[in-house]
Design a protein around this ligand. Structure first.
Ligand SMILES: NC(=O)c1ccc[n+]([C@@H]2O[C@H](COP(=O)([O-])OP(=O)(O)OC[C@H]3O[C@@H](n4cnc5c(N)ncnc54)[C@H](O)[C@@H]3O)[C@@H](O)[C@H]2O)c1
Ligand SMILES: O=P(O)(O)OC[C@H]1O[C@H](O[C@H]2[C@H](O)[C@@H](O)[C@@H](O)O[C@@H]2CO)[C@H](O)[C@@H](O)[C@@H]1O
Ligand SMILES: [Mn+2]
Length: 444
C-alpha cells in the first residue's frame, strides 16, 4: 500500500462512464489511493444528477475521500495529479447527427469513423484544448489521461497545437478485444503480451504471446476468429450486449479474411465493408439511440434512485470494465511501473516505414516520464497505404480546424475510404456544417 494519495478530476463528469470509473477507483483504492475526486462538466444539470448520487455513495463507502462536483474550471483543475478526460462535445444528440446524416447519402454513419468521426473531431478540438489549458494553468504538474473521442483526431490536434503537454491518449477497444482473445485461449488478459500497429480504431495485432512461456497464440486465435469472429462463449463486455456490438465482434472473421496475417481491430469493418454497414443500418435508429435508450437511461435512472432513496446501499452503479486499465496507466505514471500498454503516440520510428509525425497506436512502456513506444518494425504495403490515407484524413481535419478551411474539410471527407466521391463529400459537408454550426469554426 503506497502512502501517497492522489487527486483526480474527471472532465466530463456527466459522462455515462463516470459512475463506472468511480466504482472502479473505489475497487482499486489499495493500488491507487485517492485523497480528492472532482467531477467537472460544462453541463451543470447533467452532472449534478451523477454528482449528487455519487456524493451519497462515497459518503457511505469512502467517507474520508474529498469529493466535489463543479462547473468552475479553477475549482476543478486546481491541486490535481491527474485529469481523466472523457468529454463528448455535443453529447448524444450530436452523436445521433454524426451517425444519421451520412446515412442520408448512403454512407456509413459511425461515432468515430468516416464522416461521423470527422464531424465529431472538428467539434472536439476547441474543447479539448480548453481542458489542456485549464490543466496547465491550475495544475502544471498534472497528466491528462484522455479517453475523449475521436481519439485519433484529438490526439493529432493536441500533437500539433499542444506538443509539449502531458497527455496520454487511450482507447479501450484493444483492451476489450484482448479480454476476448484471452477467453479464446483460456487464459487471462494479464498473461498476454501483444505486438500491435495502426492508428486509433484502425489497427492489427501481429503477435499475442503468453508472458511466461513465450508461446505465440496468434494462429490459435486466428483459427477461432475465422469461424466465430471475436464472439466468445461468455460475454466480456457489459457495454457490448446490444446486437449491433455482437454483430461487430462477429464481423472480425470477414476482416481476417482480407488480411489473414494479423488479427484485426473491429473498427476496420467500417472501412472494408461499408456497404454491409449501410445495408443493415436503420437510418431512424442508430447506435446513439441504442445508448440513449440503454446506458444513458440506465446510468441516470440508477443515479436518481440513489438520490430518491438517500442511500446507495440497495441501488448502486456497476463497476465498468470500460476503464479498468486507466488505473494501471495512472499508476505507471505515478510509480514509474514500466507497464506495457497500447497508447496513441507520435510514431517517431516505432513503425519504421511510416511517417514520424503520425499519431499511431502501438505498445508502449509507460513510466513517470510518459510512454516509450516499442519498435514494431516495418509494416506491409497494404496496411501502410490504408493507414497513410486514414492518417492524412485525420491530419487534414486538424488543418481545416486551424485554417478554418472549407476546402481542406472537403478534401478530408473526399479522402476518407468510407466516402464514395467528391460530390457526396461536398453534400455531406454542407449538411454537417448546418448541423454543427454551434460547434465548428466558420469554414471559409
Ligand atoms: N477512448 C475510448 O476507447 C473510449 C471508450 C468509451 C468512451 N469514450 C469517449 O468518452 C467520452 C464520454 O462518453 P459518454 O458516452 O459517457 O458521453 P456522455 O455524453 O454521456 O458524457 C460526456 C460528458 O462530457 C460533457 N462535456 C462536453 N463538452 C465538455 C466540455 N467542453 N467540458 C466539460 N464537459 C464537457 C457533457 O456535458 C457530458 O456530460 C466520449 O468522447 C466517448 O466517445 C472513449
Ligand atoms: O457504442 P458505445 O458508446 O457503447 O461504445 C463506443 C465505444 O466503444 C469502444 O469502447 C468500448 C470498449 O471497446 C469495450 O471493451 C468496453 O470497455 O466499453 C467501451 C465503451 O463502450 C471504443 O474503444 C470507444 O472509442 C467507443 O467510444
Ligand atoms: Mn476507442
Amino acid at each position: 500500500m503506497t502512502s501517497k494519495k492522489f487527486s483526480i478530476v474527471i472532465a466530463g463528469g456527466g459522462s455515462t462512464f463516470t459512475p463506472g470509473i468511480v466504482m472502479m477507483l473505489l475497487e482499486e483504492a489499495e493500488r491507487f489511493p485517492l485523497r480528492k475526486l472532482i467531477l467537472y462538466d460544462n453541463d451543470e444539470k447533467r452532472q449534478d444528477i451523477l454528482g449528487e448520487a455519487l456524493k451519497i455513495l462515497l459518503k457511505e463507502r469512502a467517507p474520508e475521500l474529498e469529493f466535489i462536483f463543479t462547473t468552475d474550471p479553477k475549482v476543478a483543475f486546481t491541486d490535481v495529479d491527474f485529469v481523466f478526460a472523457h468529454i463528448r462535445v455535443g453529447k448524444y444528440a450530436m452523436r445521433e447527427q454524426d451517425e444519421k446524416i451520412p446515412l442520408k447519402y448512403g454512407v456509413v454513419g459511425q461515432e468515430t469513423c468516416g464522416p461521423g468521426g470527422i464531424a465529431y473531431g472538428m467539434r472536439s478540438i476547441k474543447d479539448m484544448l480548453e481542458l489542456v489549458d485549464y490543466m496547465e494553468e491550475y495544475s502544471p504538474e498534472a497528466w491528462m489521461l484522455n479517453y475523449s473521442n475521436p481519439a485519433a483526431i484529438v490526439a493529432e490536434a493536441t500533437r500539433v497545437l499542444r506538443p509539449d503537454s502531458k497527455i496520454l491518449n487511450i482507447c479501450d477497444m484493444p483492451v476489450g478485444t484482448l479480454r476476448r482473445m484471452s477467453q479464446i485461449v483460456n487464459t487471462t488478459p494479464d498473461q498476454l503480451e501483444v505486438s500491435y500497429f495502426g492508428l486509433n480504431h484502425f489497427g492489427w495485432w501481429t503477435s499475442v504471446k503468453d508472458k511466461n512461456t513465450g508461446y505465440e497464440y496468434l494462429d490459435d486465435i486466428k483459427e477461432y476468429v475465422a469461424e466465430h469472429g471475436y464472439l466468445t462463449q461468455v460475454e466480456v463486455d457489459t457495454q457490448h450486449m446490444d446486437e449491433s456490438w455482437q454483430e461487430t465482434h462477429k464481423k472480425a472473421k470477414d476482416l481476417l479474411a482480407i488480411e489473414p496475417r494479423f488479427l484485426p481491430n473491429t473498427y476496420l469493418k467500417y472501412y472494408f465493408y461499408p456497404q454491409d454497414e449501410v445495408e443493415h443500418a436503420n437510418p431512424a435508429y442508430t447506435r446513439a439511440n441504442e445508448v440513449m435508450d440503454g446506458r444513458e437511461k440506465n446510468v441516470f435512472s440508477a443515479a436518481q434512485k440513489i438520490i430518491d432513496s438517500g442511500t446507495a446501499k440497495e441501488n448502486s452503479f456497476e463497476i465498468d470494465s470500460h476503464a479498468s486499465f486507466i488505473v494501471d496507466l495512472a499508476r505507471a505514471i505515478a510509480f514509474n511501473t514500466g507497464e506495457r500498454m497500447l497508447l496513441i503516440v507520435e510514431n517517431n520510428g516505432a513503425i519504421a516505414n511510416f511517417d514520424d509525425d503520425a499519431m499511431v497506436e502501438v505498445p508502449c512502456i509507460v513510466g513517470s516520464d510518459g510512454p516509450e513506444p516499442l519498435a514494431q518494425g516495418k509494416i506491409p504495403q497494404f496496411e501502410r497505404a490504408l493507414m497513410l490515407q486514414q492518417v492524412t484524413v485525420e491530419k487534414m481535419v486538424v488543418e481545416a480546424y486551424i485554417e478554418k478551411s472549407y476546402q481542406k474539410m472537403w478534401q478530408a471527407l473526399t479522402l476518407s475510404k468510407i466516402v464514395p466521391n467528391a460530390r457526396v463529400a461536398k453534400e455531406l459537408l454542407d449538411d454537417l456544417i448546418e448541423a454543427n454550426k454551434e460547434f465548428w469554426p466558420d469554414l471559409k
